[in-house]
Design a protein. Structure first.
Length: 120
């Protein structure tokens, strides 16, 4: 496997509009995590921190979708994000976005593209 990607999970672990899969992002700090969800068949990944305050979105581990399953929600103060873009459509950080990460799905697995991690 090339060094530019890292295995996150098997494809079967990521179900449509269901629980997301969290993964470590040691490049951004010891406790920083990312997550991937599947929406309309496509995996989308973001750094797991709200655009409002630097807290993880999921209160219950992996639970990123709201009740409609059409938005990602921050459990702390309720910001709603589009799963496809990470853009906040409602809540305290409306108009801002989650930090997107690039993932690819191949050979029945989902990989993080390491160059997509933006160091701040
Ligand atoms: S910390 Fe996420 S909406 Fe405020």
């Amino acid at each position: 496997m090339a060094d530019n990607k890292r295995l996150i999970c098997k494809s079967g672990e990521l179900q449509e509009k269901a629980l997301g899969v969290r993964f470590g992002l040691p490049e951004l700090g010891e406790r920083v995590t990312g997550f991937v969800v599947r929406y309309n068949g496509t995996p989308y990944a973001y750094v797991n921190r709200c655009a409002h305050v630097f807290v993880e979105l999921d209160w219950q581990e992996g639970d990123f979708f709201d009740l409609t399953r059409h938005y990602l929600i921050c459990a702390t103060h309720g910001a709603h994000y589009q799963p496809q873009t990470g853009y906040c459509v409602m809540g305290p950080c409306k108009g801002r976005s989650l930090e997107a990460l690039k993932v690819i799905e191949q050979d029945n697995a989902i990989y993080l593209i390491l160059e997509s991690i933006k160091h701040v």
